[in-house]
Write a protein that binds this ligand. Structure first.
Ligand SMILES: N[C@@H](CCC(=O)N[C@@H](CS)C(=O)NCC(=O)O)C(=O)O
Length: 244
């Protein structure tokens, strides 16, 4: 049994999709980040970086005690190896899957994450920050579009963990006013992957609270919720120490 410590964000949905794709037995423990569920000592024992989602496998590869894991890229590789699915065996395709997975983890996720932060959350976003991250967000989708003009999936002919890692971030792009019609090969891939039953089900696992999925462009976050979500206050200053 695998416990998925779940947040209803692109990173969370990568794992809800992967667990359904593989058929691995799991249960979902929902977190409300606006209430600071990811800041508890119990969660930090699983994910010391304080970021969600994470898993605990109670029947881990190699046996032994329950095994906690954080970082979705590493977790996707673990689940692919555990199920022997979604990581091609042909060497070139396999390493291409790793390559695009690392690209998602180091580029698509963090850059789109920053674009979402400034466009949707920051009260008075600096125009430079919006322009920098939106330009980069669009450029990265262009890189993916060019790859998907060459092959049906990122690793080649086979659907893999690289596609699973990228799909929910591409889905979120409309919330920062990006139109996938500008990227025709990417849009075709997005629809193809989105038709898979596990994606249909896993991508719509709802959050503990529904606020993070309203679909509206600017998110209504109170100062108290902001303090739970981000390490700085709404003016970009470090939070005052408790009791200060
Ligand atoms: N590279 C990490 C990113 C995880 C991450 O940033 N998660 C966000 C939610 S999608 C989070 O926990 N944010 C809370 C915070 O920034 O304090 C992964 O892929 O697991």
């Amino acid at each position: 049994m695998i416990d998925l410590h779940f947040v209803a964000t692109p990173n969370g949905h990568k794992l809800s999709i992967m667990l359904l794709e593989t058929g691995l037995q799991h249960r979902i423990i929902r977190y409300n980040m606006l209430a600071g569920d990811h800041r508890t000592p119990e969660f930090l024992a699983i994910s010391p970086n304080g970021r969600a989602p994470a898993i605990v496998d109670h029947d881990p590869i190699g046996g032994g005690a329950s095994y906690p894991m954080f970082e979705t890229g590493a977790i996707l590789i673990y689940l692919a190896e555990k199920s022997a699915r979604f990581l091609p065996t042909e060497p070139r395709a396999r390493y291409r899957a790793h390559q695009w997975l690392m690209w998602q983890m180091s580029g698509l996720g963090p850059m789109h994450g920053q674009a979402h932060h400034f466009v949707r959350y920051a009260p008075d976003p600096p125009p430079y920050a919006v322009s920098r991250y939106m330009t980069e967000a669009r450029r990265l989708l262009g890189v993916m579009d060019a790859r998907l003009a060459e092959a049906p999936f990122l690793a080649g002919d086979e659907y893999s963990i690289a596609d699973i890692a990228c799909w929910s971030w591409v889905r979120a792009a409309r919330a920062i006013d990006i139109d996938l019609a500008d990227y025709p090969s990417l849009a075709g891939w997005f629809d193809r992957v989105g038709e898979r039953p596990a994606v249909q089900e896993g991508a719509y696992v709802p959050p503990e609270n529904h606020q993070l999925q309203t679909g509206s462009r600017k998110m209504a976050v109170t100062p108290e919720q902001w303090a739970m979500l981000f390490p700085h206050d709404m003016l970009g200053r470090p939070h005052a120490a408790p009791g200060a």
